[in-house]
Design a protein around this ligand. Structure first.
Ligand SMILES: *Cc1c(COP(=O)(O)O)cnc(C)c1O
Length: 434
């Protein structure tokens, strides 16, 4: 295999076709739709119209590629994990490296695309919701680069838990608003962003962070993320000369999974596996597995219909995951539909399995994966040994693990790290006194 082959012909140069379009009501099978206050309908209709235009507009796709190539290092590579495959002793494992993009995850693909749309619509201001802060971070970098005023809504509880991301967003010039309603987490931040959008719809664009929410957001975000799967398909064709047998991706809202799956959807020999957060166990409140395990039920909330973790009165249930980015009650209506039709298999990985997967990938390949991505890795590592050595698995490494140093260090129970934190805390209070 020549190095030049690995570079040329990998980027999808034409606007991709979108095989996952909803019906006229914005429904994918039994899921999706638009459930928002009347005042937001014109915004969503304008966005739907724009989405239809840009999908057939080579100049939009060229601008999008240009920005991602020159700002975010696309195409991201596919890495053959040779040592890891040998250690597990089954299928050959390949990794799609979204961890190498701007801000260290696939989220940049979505925010750059939506930033270009906001510019096209003549908007001056961007708003976004964020849970763990990763989407807020990606949006803040885009807003700084594109020259938008930017406000990010974040639950007060999350603002307290995710100080490093809040610090960077503010330094990047974004206003972070701590939302004090409800449980003071992601779903309350989404509600507040929707409220802002209804008041300021003239000059403001809402850059939603994943393939959820009212139509056309699920379709729009999934389409923008398809670049990941289209690249990976071309890369495997060059490296392996065939399609993989299975593709694994973690599922929070569902955007990185839909992104990579779109390279392979419709190829019957490829099994697509979405991996949810199995958390600490199967009891309500201990996990965020909406589909795998069957705990979730259909419902309508946050602007759309999907499978939610809720009680019999339709009240949302608390979720838990070691990975903040997977800790969400809903899931993309597109994935709910694909899994109900048997086109995507849903699985889950526990917090403990995830820590094991991180250790193994670091030791064998020198790659530090995000806690979220490690769910996909954990499920793949569980399945690989029972596959044949001439079979291949592709795993989407949706992000890098640097951001998770606090959580991972505590999972490893690292004493020198604890001493370091204590010392830093003392230094901090010391300088305040000075
Ligand atoms: C946010 C995030 C996720 C979860 O979001 P999806 O929309 O399900 O992709 C997964 N991995 C990383 C690294 C993230 O930052």
């Amino acid at each position: 295999m020549r190095v030049s082959d690995l570079i040329s012909g990998v980027l999808p140069l034409e606007p991709p076709k979108f095989p996952l379009l909803p019906d006229s009501r914005g429904y994918f099978g039994a899921f999706g739709g638009t459930y928002v206050p009347e005042i937001l309908i014109p915004n969503l209709q304008q966005l739907s119209k724009t989405f239809d235009q840009i999908r057939n507009d080579p100049t939009f796709w060229q601008d999008y590629l240009h920005e991602l190539v020159t700002f975010s290092g696309r195409p991201t590579p596919v890495t053959y994990a040779k040592n890891l495959s040998k250690t597990l002793g089954g299928a050959q494992i390949y990794l799609k490296r979204e961890d190498l993009g701007q801000t260290g995850a696939h989220k940049v693909n979505n925010v750059i695309g939506q930033g270009l749309i906001a510019r096209r619509l003549g908007k001056k201001r961007i708003i976004a919701e964020t849970g763990a802060g990763q989407h807020g971070m990606a949006t803040a970098t885009m807003a700084a680069r594109f020259g938008f005023e930017c406000t990010v809504y974040m639950g007060e509880e999350d603002v307290e838990r995710q100080r490093p991301n809040v610090f960077w967003m503010e330094r990047l010039g974004t206003r972070v608003v701590a939302v004090k309603d409800g449980t003071r987490t992601l779903k309350d931040a989404i509600n507040e962003a929707m409220r802002d959008w209804s008041t300021n719809h003239e000059d403001t664009y809402y850059a939603l962070g994943t393939a959820c929410g009212p139509h056309p957001f699920p379709a729009l975000v999934a389409w923008l993320q398809s670049i990941c799967g289209l690249e990976a398909r071309a890369q495997l064709q060059i490296m392996l000369g065939k399609m993989p047998d299975r593709v694994y991706a973690c599922v929070g809202g569902g955007s990185n999974a839909l992104g990579i799956f779109q390279g392979f959807i419709g190829s019957q020999q490829v099994q697509l596996v979405g991996v949810e957060a199995g958390g600490r166990g199967t009891k309500p409140g201990e996990h965020a597995s909406r589909i795998a395990g069957g705990a979730g039920t259909p419902g309508i909330a946050q602007g759309y219909e999907t499978i939610f973790l809720q009680n019999s009165d339709g009240q949302m249930i608390d979720t838990h995951s070691v990975a903040a980015g997977l800790d969400y009650v809903g899931v993309s209506p597109i994935l709910a539909d694909l899994s109900s039709k048997g086109l995507v298999k849903m699985d889950r990985a526990s917090d403990a399995e995830v820590v094991g997967a991180i250790k193994l990938l670091m030791a064998t390949e020198g790659i530090i994966p995000a806690l979220e991505s490690s769910h996909a890795l954990a499920a793949a590592f569980r399945d690989a040994p029972s596959m044949k050595t001439d079979q291949a698995i592709l795993v989407n490494v949706s992000g890098r693990g640097d951001k998770d140093i606090f959580t991972i260090a505590s999972a490893f129970d690292d004493d020198s790290w604890k001493r370091f934190l204590k010392k830093k805390a003392e230094e901090g209070s010391g300088s305040l006194k000075a």
